[in-house]
Design a binder for this molecule. Structure first.
Ligand SMILES: [Zn+2]
Length: 77
C-alpha cells in the first residue's frame, strides 16, 4: 500500500515538476530577450567630477559629460 501511494505521489510530483519547469523556462526566455533589448542599462560611465563609475541609468548628462549626482554636476559650475 505504501509503495503504491509513493508511486502515485511520485507520479503527481513528476507531472507537477514538468508543468512547473516549463513556466520558468518561458520566463527566462523573455528575460534574456529583455536583456538583449536593453544592453545599455549595464554600461558603466565615469563621473567627470569624482571619477566614480555609475550605471548609465543613474548618471546625469550635461554638456557631453557624465555626473553621478547633482552635487557633482554643481561642483564644476
Ligand atoms: Zn561624482
Amino acid at each position: 500500500m505504501i509503495l503504491k501511494i509513493l508511486l502515485i505521489v511520485g507520479l503527481i510530483a513528476a507531472i507537477y515538476f514538468i508543468f512547473i519547469k516549463k513556466k520558468p523556462q518561458q520566463v527566462q526566455e523573455t528575460k534574456d530577450a529583455n536583456k538583449k533589448d536593453v544592453p545599455r542599462s549595464n554600461e558603466m560611465v565615469e563621473c567627470s567630477t569624482c571619477q566614480i563609475y555609475c550605471s548609465l541609468d543613474d548618471v546625469l548628462l550635461s554638456n557631453g559629460k557624465y555626473y553621478c549626482s547633482k552635487e557633482c554636476l554643481e561642483k564644476l559650475k
